[in-house]
Design a protein. Structure first.
Length: 477
């Protein structure tokens, strides 16, 4: 493998289109499209789109329907060009053709030949029909089949929300109703809500499930008023078994939508049908909504989702890496996890960029990756010093810096000293001997003991974990 040569790679793509691996180029372009458009839009329009040819500065795509072609050309062509430019550095023109797959109707099932001569039957026809029915229901429900409980990484930041979601599936409409998830963008609310819908349909395909962003709810309501089909609109949302509404905070801008949402909510609640909502704020923090609607939001289970801790971020990256079928050194996963803290989408986007380099046979250095991800390594290294760690822990835990470096052996001071050693080792990655020296200890085995003890306490004591996180937030800010 060669050392990474970003500039040379992009220049080569632009100079000689004939040498471009169209499959690899499309894989990389798709990753950018997913980040730009979101998985739901991407899957509905680009999942069956392919690059057919690149020639004379034109990329020719194929899709399987006139509807998709018109939709992409009208609404998403600029995004497609932008994603291509991110990968290649070139401004390609785009052409989209319709090309249906003639083999799409072939079957992978085995046939059973009836010895009585009455004909043949597919041994797996029932199973295939069930799968087709489920896929159709997922499409109708606007659910992304990739959002599952199985690939939702659980940590301290989201364990309550995940437990609530599992409970809802097991007792739909009864145990927690409504459910209101809230947290900043990019923390997994949409994944968790859609996992509920996917699991409900997997267990019972006859259930009627609808996932909808509040903006789509508003647009459909407006259309129903214009076309005088209000009753159709109401029936669509008031006769479901599970209604999932995303980004509900935007309802504060539309009083008429609040009214419709309130009546929809009441109709479902009184029929013991499940309602799941998500917002970037808690119900109390959403402004300009009626008291009766706020009361409905607060009437069931409200669960927040916080930014994932370092271990959870690392687990998310490891799982995402398995799906990409590429190997990346663990140290680079740790680099990403340490430097991207507040948004899972940004976390996975950074991994996509690094994975793209390895798929191309490049071997980037730590500096290469830091530059690509806009991580200032020197600033990071200089920002946190041992002295700052000691003063921060002392301030948060209410002791004097001199006590941490002194010989006092009271349990509380000793614990604060262990916290300092833990942070020096984990965050600054200092050698054991250096960590011991910073707190005036001679034996490096003391550091090992401190690290293990604090790590165990973090996993067992939520309040302690929060105080430790406060220290880290201050140090990283």
């Amino acid at each position: 493998m060669n050392k990474a040569d970003f500039k040379g790679y992009f220049e080569n793509i632009q100079q000689s289109s004939e040498d471009v691996n169209t499959d690899e180029l499309w894989k990389m372009t798709k990753e950018h499209l997913k980040l730009m458009l979101g998985s739901r839009v991407f899957l509905s329009l680009f999942n069956d789109v392919y690059i057919e040819d690149i020639a004379n500065g034109v990329v020719q795509f194929s899709c399987d329907s006139e509807f998709k072609k018109e939709k992409i050309v009208r609404d998403y062509k600029a995004y497609l060009r932008q994603a291509l430019k991110k990968v290649t550095g070139a401004n390609y023109e785009i052409e989209i053709n319709i090309k249906t797959n003639v083999n799409s109707k072939s079957t992978d099932g085995y046939e059973y030949h009836d010895p009585t001569g009455s004909g043949t039957m597919d041994l797996f026809s029932a199973s295939k029909k069930e799968k087709e029915t489920l896929n159709q229901k997922l499409t109708e429900s606007q659910l992304n089949p990739k959002y599952l409980f199985e690939n939702f990484i659980v940590g301290k930041s989201n364990e309550l929300a995940e437990a609530v979601a599992e409970a809802v599936v097991n007792d739909l409409g009864n145990v927690y109703n409504p459910v209101f998830f809230y947290g900043n963008s990019g923390l997994g609310k949409t994944h968790l809500m859609q996992a509920i819908g996917n699991e409900v349909l997997k267990n019972d395909v006859t259930k009627k499930v609808v996932y909808i962003p509040i903006e789509q709810f508003l647009n459909e309501m407006v259309d129903s008023i214009k076309t005088k089909r209000n009753e159709d609109f109401r029936n669509k949302y008031r006769t479901v078994d599970l209604l999932i509404i995303d980004d509900v905070q935007f309802v504060e801008e539309f009083p008429r939508t609040q009214e419709e949402l309130f009546h929809t909510f009441n109709a479902l609640y009184q029929a013991n049908k499940q309602i799941v909502l998500a917002s970037d704020r808690s119900p109390q923090e959403i402004k300009n909504i009626t008291d009766r609607l706020r009361t409905r939001f607060l009437g069931g289970m409200v669960a927040d989702i916080q930014p994932p801790d370092y271990e959870t971020r690392l687990a998310i990256l490891r799982q995402a890496l398995e799906e990409k079928e590429v190997k990346i050194p663990e140290e680079y996963l740790e680099l990403i996890a340490k430097n991207i803290e507040s948004d899972i989408r940004l976390l996975e986007g950074a991994l996509t960029k690094v994975a793209s380099l390895y798929k191309l046979g490049l071997e980037p250095t730590t500096e290469d990756i830091a530059k690509m991800l806009q991580i200032d390594l020197d600033s990071k290294r200089k920002k946190i010093t041992p002295a700052k760690v000691i003063s921060t822990v002392a301030e948060v835990f209410g002791v004097k810096p001199s006590e941490i470096k002194g010989n006092r052996r009271t349990a509380y001071v000793a614990q604060c000293r262990q916290i300092v050693m833990y942070i020096l080792r984990k965050e600054l990655e200092l050698p054991l001997e250096r960590v011991a020296k910073e707190v005036n200890r001679k034996d490096h085995t003391t550091v090992i003991h401190a690290y293990e003890k604090i790590e165990k306490k973090v996993s067992e004591d939520a309040n302690f974990s929060k105080k430790l996180d406060s220290c880290l937030q201050i140090l990283r800010s």
